[in-house]
Design a protein around this ligand. Structure first.
Ligand code: MLT
Length: 397
């Protein structure tokens, strides 16, 4: 008899954003004329930057001709992209990450979900609460049910400290999804010191790094002293360059990073991740990686920065409007997400905004218990839609 993985019965039957999509579809069906504005899932709306498009067109031409055609690429990613990532995202900031420590993938979500496969089944996991559901769900699917929740509240400005955390691995995400909070270098250093002191691991999700504008806010966990012996970092082109539909991201696994076997022997994680990726993944497409490479060209950098500035201005407008309406808001600076204290049931608030304003948000409860009482508003939409959503929300409230 074939048995199922019963760990799946311990997670909600529907992924958060699938549940929201279902509610929105039902609403749209009941109100076919309603013009629904989506500020729920963080999905970009601006088209790809011209530099990226041009590079991808050239890559298509490469694929069309003998001599420049590419079949399977290197599973770790093409050197032309990994070199640019190392140079621009790290070396230019004085951060030591080598090109051969970068693993290009089809997005940070997969890497965030997959990396736990390298860890012992009984590894103790800690996550912030509220949290991006992927960290929790993928660990529960793998049989790790006893997950330590680190409350991220107004009292700690949504940045938990490692005090009292006895996990083996912690997921940190800054700028944070969903609260939009950023962590200071001192706060991240405290986590790195905690990890090194206990031979623990930090899985650092920096998918929203490109939104950081405030000087002094760290862009990478590897800005902390000692992070190379305790941290992995995931990044994404999804929000940085509008690649949610193209799919590309990368993970940095330092050569020094180890985890431990039952007998205490240190086992390097980089070869293990190489083994995992070469077995289960055939690499992001050549065309995609040429597009990602173009993000680092002078034009690509300027064009993608302008897109992010545009979303940041949306976030500022949403934040200001909600504050004006009397709500406590966090995030929205150095982040595309505005985290609003609605002082009540977040699913009810979500339903109310959908019914009365035809605006989709994300209920905080979907990100965990400590998210209850909040909603997340995403800044990813056109200016016209954001302004209209603000107007409709203000009326509905
Ligand atoms: C979100 O809305 O939280 C993100 O778009 C989800 C993701 O990046 O997978």
């Amino acid at each position: 008899m074939i048995r199922v993985n019963e760990n799946y019965s311990r997670i909600k039957p529907t992924y958060l954003f699938a549940e929201i999509a279902a509610r929105v579809a039902a609403h749209q069906k009941a109100h076919p004329d309603a013009k629904v504005i989506r500020l729920g899932i963080g999905d970009v709306t601006e088209p790809l930057a011209p530099a990226v498009i041009a590079a991808m067109h050239r890559a298509v031409d490469d694929e069309a001709a003998r001599g420049t055609f590419h079949g399977y690429g290197p599973e770790q990613g093409y050197a032309f992209l990994r070199d640019r990532i190392a140079e621009v995202d790290f070396h230019a900031r004085g951060v030591d990450v080598k090109a051969d420590e970068i693993f290009v993938s089809d997005g940070a979500k997969c890497d965030c979900g997959n990396f736990q496969e390298l860890l012992a089944a009984d590894a103790k996991v800690a996550v912030g609460d509220p949290v991006y559901p992927v960290y929790v769900d993928t660990n529960v699917m793998a049989g790790r049910h006893d997950i330590q929740l680190l409350p991220c509240t107004k009292a700690n400005s949504f940045v938990p400290s490692p005090d009292g955390c006895d996990a083996d691995v912690v997921y940190l995400c800054y700028p944070n999804n969903p609260t939009g909070a950023t962590a200071s270098l001192e706060q991240l250093q405290a986590w790195v010191d905690w990890a090194n002191a206990g031979r623990r691991l930090i899985l650092f999700d920096a998918a929203y790094e490109a939104f950081i504008r405030t000087p002094g806010v760290p862009h990478s966990i590897f800005e902390c002293k000692g992070a190379r012996t305790c941290a992995v970092e995931m990044r994404s082109f999804s929000k940085t360059a509008g690649f949610t539909g193209v799919r590309c991201g990368y993970t940095v696994v330092p050569s020094e990073l180890v985890a431990y076997a039952a007998d205490g022997a240190a086992v390097p994680l980089k070869p293990m991740w190489t083994r995992r990726q070469t077995t289960k993944f055939n690499g992001a497409s050549y065309i995609t990686q040429r597009g990602a490479e173009a993000v680092y060209s002078p034009e690509g950098l300027a064009q993608t920065k302008a897109q992010i500035d545009f979303y940041l201005e949306n976030a500022r407008l949403v934040s200001a409007a909600l504050a004006k309406a009397g709500y406590d808001v966090a995030g929205g600076v150095d982040s595309p997400y505005v985290w609003v204290d609605v002082k009540g049931d977040s699913w009810k608030f979500f339903d109310h905004l959908l019914a009365e304003a035809n605006v989709v948000t994300t209920p905080g409860a979907g990100f965990g218990r400590a998210g209850e009482g909040f909603i997340r508003i995403s800044a990813f939409n056109s200016r016209e839609n954001v302004l209209e959503a603000i107007d409709r929300i203000s009326k509905a409230l």
